[in-house]
Design a protein around this ligand. Structure first.
Ligand code: ZN
Length: 154
């Protein structure tokens, strides 16, 4: 199971790094946030069009390592078309996942596409890279809706 996940992790990360989804700029975005991970040098701009509490469109731009880029690509695919509440739920699930004990059993059947981030737990230095897009999303959503997303990582 572990090696299966490991393989999935590598494949998905490589694929998204090579062909990032939703990469670019949204000129008509009504929500925008910038993220920076100084430990690795990852830079990220996230653009969202939020209408009636729904993420109608999302794009990201920037430069960073394979993990941060793949994470942004996967995240934007997951949140597109979702409500703000659903995006917040995904943020919580992602956060719980990457901060959990790498030895702990995880019910991957509940995770869907977030499953791939299980692999990140084994590389603590990479957690900030994988988290960057999510924290940038939290920032963009907070600015748009004035509601709080709480993060305990820093
Ligand atoms: Zn990075």
């Amino acid at each position: 199971m572990i090696s299966e996940l490991d393989e999935l992790y590598k494949q998905v990360i490589l694929d998204h790094n090579k062909n990032p989804r939703n990469f670019g700029v949204l000129n008509n975005a009504n929500s925008h946030a910038k993220g920076h991970n100084p430990l690795c040098g990852d830079q990220l701009d996230l653009y969202l069009i939020i209408e009636d509490g729904i993420i109608k469109d999302v794009k990201f731009n920037g430069s960073g390592c394979a993990i941060s880029k793949a994470s942004a690509s996967i995240m934007t695919s997951l949140i597109k078309g979702k409500t703000i509440d659903e995006a917040k739920k995904l943020f919580d699930e992602f956060h719980n996942l990457v901060t959990s004990d790498p030895e702990a059993e995880i019910d991957t059947s509940e995770l869907g596409k977030l499953e791939v981030f299980c692999g990140v737990r084994e590389f603590p230095a990479r957690i900030k890279c994988a988290s960057l897009p999510w924290h940038t999303l939290a920032q963009a959503i907070n600015e748009n809706s004035q509601t709080e997303l709480v993060s305990t990582e820093n």
